[in-house]
Design a protein. Structure first.
Length: 290
């Protein structure tokens, strides 16, 4: 193979890679979250630990009623039959209760990881699961930084279960059941931008009462559920190491890199193969001349 042909093949490979790079840049979805989706502000300083939100959630979503008597010393997790739980934590400022459920991320890792788009985010904010599209891979469970999606392992027809922010109620103009049934007003439903303003207002009015941090404002790119607390959120079981970058950004860079590798590798290997073959032919001719 002549050097000119080798360079020609390599240039073709480079041209393909550049085209692939431009297409990838043009097709990338925007990473800035939409701030005006709906959400819920949870003020843990107002939570009574009454668990009315648990019972309201079960009733609204046709789930089994939670156990009336629980061990408060054990941190409970959500399950396929209980989409929200209220736990009590012993903190530096005494016992604090906090409600947990799916955080409904602005750029949800579960939806990004779902190969069939069974898990997806509504334009209004809630992250939902569609049974008709699910292939049962459970990638959504592995990818979620908050361990929200749960799988019905004991069911012959298993489903992915998690909080859907009472989507059917939202469609009817109602608030989520947990919000509507909180007797202490610890839960406030509204536009996420308004909830952030309200959270900042409360912190400014009572700076000694709250830690100066709204959990969910920036974590993993932002979540639709936002939290206020009087103690650092690690003391309430919230993960502190999730960072501020949306999880789908990490996988997006890899996925856009795959086409580049696939288009660049074949012509490169072809050029190397031709160069090797040409060398073998040249060496054979030299031996014949000898």
């Amino acid at each position: 193979m002549k050097r000119r042909d080798l360079l020609k093949t390599m240039c073709a490979a480079g041209g393909v890679s550049l085209v692939g790079g431009r297409l990838g840049a043009e097709e990338r979805p925007p990473t800035a979250p939409l701030a005006d989706r709906v959400g819920v502000l949870v003020d843990t300083t107002k939570c009574l630990g009454c668990r009315m939100c648990e019972f309201a959630c079960a009733t609204a979503n046709d789930l089994p009623q939670p156990e009336a008597s629980i061990d408060r010393s054990v941190e409970r997790q959500t399950s396929p039959t209980q989409w929200t739980v209220v736990n009590r934590y012993e903190t530096a400022k005494g016992p604090v209760t906090a409600k947990r459920q799916c955080m409904h991320c602005l750029q949800p890792a579960c939806a990004s990881a779902c190969l069939t788009k069974a898990m997806y985010k509504e334009p209004e904010g809630p992250v939902r699961w569609r049974e008709s599209k699910c292939m049962g891979c459970r990638f959504c469970m592995v990818s979620c930084p908050f361990d929200a999606p749960k799988f019905q392992y004991d069911s012959p027809v298993p489903k992915i279960q998690k909080c859907v922010m009472c989507w059917e109620r939202l469609e009817q103009g109602e608030r989520p059941a947990c919000v509507a049934n909180c007797p202490a007003g610890a839960l406030q439903f509204g536009r996420r931008s308004d909830l952030l303003d309200e959270g900042r207002r409360r912190i400014a009015l009572e700076p000694e009462k709250y830690v100066h941090h709204i959990y969910g404002e920036r974590e993993v790119g932002g979540t639709s559920w936002l939290y206020l607390a009087s103690v650092p959120f690690e003391q309430l079981g919230f993960p502190a190491d999730v960072g501020e970058t949306p999880f789908p950004v990490y996988t997006r860079e890899f996925l856009y890199g795959v086409p580049l590798v696939l288009t660049l590798a074949p012509p490169l290997l072809l050029a190397l193969s031709r160069a090797s073959r040409a060398r073998q032919i040249a060496e054979g001719e030299e031996e014949e001349e000898r």
